[in-house]
Design a binder for this molecule. Structure first.
Ligand SMILES: *Cc1c(COP(=O)(O)O)cnc(C)c1O
Length: 222
């Protein structure tokens, strides 16, 4: 992995995805790469754009605005995913900038997003973040509270297409991926955002449709 050769890293990542997909009989196109550009120098992000990549993830609204408001006008087909915790007072800016919010985790955030989407007439796709490890410091709805939050979203918006998780750093990730996949199946949701640089090959056999990859593409964050 080379911080100064994002195109080569991208090709290696595509190979890894291809092999994982082959091994478990999935179509490679079903796994989309959210290139996590937080805290990366613009030069590396531009290398990814030059290599033709268009789907990116950021975890802070303000940092994302700084980088992407200009780049989005240069590349109108860029799609941005919000992958960090969202505060209700940032809903307006988030709806204006992002194409997908992966981190809906409570009714107040859902309501603020639904209201802004209506007001701005911009319908984003949304995922619910599930705190599969039930870690007190981590964002995400507890698995037991997911049905209520989903019911709330189905009644009042926003539309939810899938689930996202970040397994506890010290746990083997696969049981968390499997729990997320089971919850998605139970609730008829198609998108699963799970797997990062270190463990995406483990998330693919369990059903990941989005993998969020930062350092394996861009090198260490600065
Ligand atoms: C930073 C981040 C990633 C990317 O992590 P890497 O280990 O660099 O691939 C993925 N998901 C979320 C939610 C993140 O905040």
């Amino acid at each position: 992995m080379h911080a100064n050769d994002v195109a080569a890293n991208m090709a290696a990542l595509r190979n890894g995805i291809s092999e994982s997909c082959k091994a478990c009989g999935r179509a490679q196109d079903d796994v989309r790469v959210v290139a996590v550009s937080k805290m990366q120098p613009e030069e590396r992000v531009r290398q990814a754009l030059d290599a033709g990549h268009r789907l990116f993830g950021e975890n802070r609204v303000q940092e994302a605005q700084k980088r992407w408001l200009t780049l989005k006008s240069e590349y109108p087909d860029i799609r941005l995913h919000m992958i960090g915790p969202l505060q209700t007072n940032k809903a307006k800016d988030a709806v204006a900038l992002f194409d997908c919010i992966e981190t809906v985790d409570r009714p107040e955030v859902a309501d603020a997003l639904a209201k802004e989407m209506k007001r701005q007439n911009r319908m984003l796709s949304c995922l619910i973040q599930v705190n599969t490890g039930e870690e007190p410091q981590k964002a995400g709805v507890a698995p037991a509270d997911l049905p209520d939050l989903l019911r709330h979203c189905r009644e009042q918006g926003p539309g939810i297409t899938g689930l996202m998780c970040i397994p506890p750093a010290d746990d083997p990730p696969v049981p968390h991926f499997a729990l997320l996949a089971k919850l998605a199946r139970q609730h008829g949701l198609k998108d699963l955002s799970m797997g990062m640089s270190a463990d995406f090959t483990k998330a693919i056999p369990v059903g990941a449709t989005y993998i969020r990859v930062g350092t394996a593409l861009f090198g260490s964050r600065v």
